[in-house]
Design a protein around this ligand. Sequence first.
Ligand SMILES: Nc1ncnc2c1ncn2[C@@H]1O[C@H](COP(=O)(O)OP(=O)(O)OP(=O)(O)O)[C@@H](O)[C@H]1O
Ligand SMILES: [Mg+2]
Length: 230
Amino acid sequence: MLSVRGLESGYGRARVLFGVSLDVEPGQLVCVMGRNGVGKTTLLNTIMGVIPATAGTVTFEGRDVTKLKPHERVRLGMGYVPQGHETFPQLSVLGNLLVTLEASPHRDESAIDEALEIFPRLKPLLKRRAGFLSGGQQQQLAIARALVTRPKLLILDEPTEGIQPSIILEIEEAIERLHASGLAVLLVEQYVDLALRMADRFLILDAGHVVHSGSADELRGEEVHRLLAV
Ligand SMILES: Nc1ncnc2c1ncn2[C@@H]1O[C@H](COP(=O)(O)OP(=O)(O)OP(=O)(O)O)[C@@H](O)[C@H]1O
Ligand SMILES: [Mg+2]
């Protein structure tokens, strides 16, 4: 469903990604891992078109989307939750969800109820300003916003970063429910244990190159821990 081939990008003259290729098949959960600064966020931003690709292609459901704008990719069914749980802090929780609904390819309000079913903790907070939520609640809202567009592929950048352990579990359960319901997921995740529990396949980035990829069983090798060690 998502096919990335020979992707390169960077900032000014500094190239960050070198010929990255990966696939996400329908219903698969693919996890990208790697140390800080290896290019994980740059990879997701390039897949979404937030950063232009200087070489390579991004194909989604058989269509070359490499030159499309981010919102055009969202409309095709690529949902994106950037690193750092971004929300509109001045808007209420419901306001955040409604803004996303208006920008989504459908205008079906039941998509908001569906997203709240995944994150019931948000239900009593609908009137609260997003800026007053805890970090974990903001992350849940950020994922709920992406769900309101009814994506076919959900792309998540470190959804558990800086979040208290009890909420990490809730977020993990939510992602697993979405995966179990057939949604394809491309996840950047720093916790190896969590990645091992959830992922069908994984890849490891180092200095902008894919240095390892395979099934979760293969991730248990020492080589992999060496590649992830700080
Ligand atoms: N806006 C930017 N301008 C210039 N360089 C950048 C920019 N964003 C990231 N970089 C550099 O690109 C490289 C990859 O950064 P990126 O954020 O993709 O890494 P990451 O793997 O997501 O790291 P982390 O685990 O800390 O989130 C780093 O060397 C970083 O300093
Ligand atoms: Mg990052």
